[in-house]
Design a protein. Structure first.
Length: 267
């Protein structure tokens, strides 16, 4: 299988690393296309056997799968400046937020589109990706795509493309919400006089432990909260403040706004 990545940024390169790590493709069958020639030395250091080009150098693509990994805002410009023609049997996998299959088909004048939404832990092979496909893509083609996506973590097929904007808001943007909460907790630790590095250690290990408890417990989240929050205790004092300030509603409304923005990106 030959794969071309349009947009050799963080996500495009982390996908490439996963494909090579699990030997899903040979390095010489990977073609990385970037807008900026200044990135060449860094990319060729990481991918010494793969082909690297700029967008305006490519006039013909000998590839089975093209992964579009540019920013959604850059897509119209990139598509306008393609100097190659897509061949009938070539598959396109878009990992751009918000841009619908129908729009990609129209802009590229090509039917075989799969749309996926990964998240940044794919960098460590611990991502989760929601994906959906245009009509006319065979089961075996989808299985091939799923194998590639699973090399970056886990993947979930969604029949309904509309749900992908929700996946974008939930897991695509999701890591940033956790970083935001962790940052607030570390800063609270510092305010209480705990050294920043120590505060970071306490918070990160707490988060890791809490994640494993969620995964390994039969209890639901409410019960897990009650296990920590004894009557009249310290946890209850914190939770009372969160509830009085509608912290849960604020988080939910932020995530719903992320979904709204994903829908707007389709233009």
């Amino acid at each position: 299988m030959k794969i071309t990545i349009l947009g050799a940024g963080n996500m495009g390169l982390s996908f490439s690393k996963s494909f090579l790590k699990y030997e899903l493709i040979k390095p010489e069958n990977l073609h990385l296309i970037t807008r900026n020639q200044t990135k060449f030395p860094k990319i060729s250091e990481e991918f010494p056997k793969s082909k690297i080009s700029t967008f305006d150098e490519v006039t013909d693509l000998d590839t089975d799968l093209i992964i579009i990994a540019v920013k959604p805002q850059d897509f119209p410009h990139v598509a306008e400046n393609f100097k190659f023609q897509l061949k009938e049997n070539q598959m396109v996998l878009s990992i751009m937020a918000g841009i619908k299959i129908e729009k990609i088909q129209k802009v590229l004048n090509h039917p075989l589109i799969v749309r996926a939404m990964p998240n940044s832990p794919t960098l460590l092979g611990m991502g989760i990706t929601g994906y959906t496909a245009a009509e006319g893509i065979s089961f075996s083609q989808l299985i091939n795509i799923e194998r590639l996506l699973n090399s970056t973590g886990r993947s979930v097929y969604l029949e309904n493309e509309e749900l992908l904007d929700g996946v974008t808001a939930l897991s695509g943007s999701g890591p940033a919400y956790f970083y935001y909460i962790v940052d607030a907790m570390i800063k609270a630790g510092v305010e209480m006089g705990i050294d920043e590095n120590l505060s970071k250690l306490f918070v990160q290990q707490t988060m890791l432990g809490a994640y494993h408890l969620i995964n390994n417990s039969d209890k639901n989240l409410e019960e897990l909260i009650q296990d920590v929050a004894s009557k009249g205790g310290t946890t209850e004092a914190a939770l009372k403040t969160f509830n009085e300030n509608n912290f849960k509603e604020i988080l939910k409304s932020g995530i719903l706004n992320a979904e709204k923005r994903a829908k707007e990106l389709n233009g």
